[in-house]
Design a protein. Structure first.
Length: 130
């Protein structure tokens, strides 16, 4: 699954139904969710490439990347929560937080797999060059 597909899945998971005409706040909110998703993804890519060495296991590099990028993930959860609040203003804060967390968790498994693949690819490319 590509990063663009992950962003699209997150956008779909962030709200139940899109209004026929998105409000300006909705368009801006979606852009912020997309930017936060990209920031988290970029952090994972950069960090896993820095961790991928011939001695490092891909899963270990991915674990380190996910730990390092925890603040970016938290920022994404916060943006999803704000975005959901636009469409569900009467939703309880507890439910909003749970759904925002679940929305991000839904793409996390795919991102972890992609991060491990990036680590393996980076190591293989590095080994070829040496």
């Amino acid at each position: 699954m590509t990063r663009a597909a992950v962003v699209a899945l997150l956008a779909l998971a962030a709200c139940d139904a899109a209004p026929p005409r998105p409000s300006v706040a909705g368009v801006e909110g979606r852009a912020k969710v997309d930017a936060a998703t990209k920031a988290w993804s970029d952090c994972l890519d950069t960090t896993v490439k820095a961790q991928a060495t011939p001695e490092t296991q891909a899963a270990d590099a991915a674990d380190t990347a996910f730990k390092t990028c925890t603040p970016k993930r938290a920022a994404l959860v916060a943006e999803v929560s704000r975005f959901r609040r636009l469409g569900e203003p009467n939703e309880t804060s507890i439910n909003n937080a749970a759904v925002a967390e679940a929305s991000v968790a839904a793409i996390e498994t795919d991102l972890r797999s992609q991060t491990e693949v990036t680590a393996v690819s980076w190591k293989l490319d590095h080994d070829k060059d040496n």
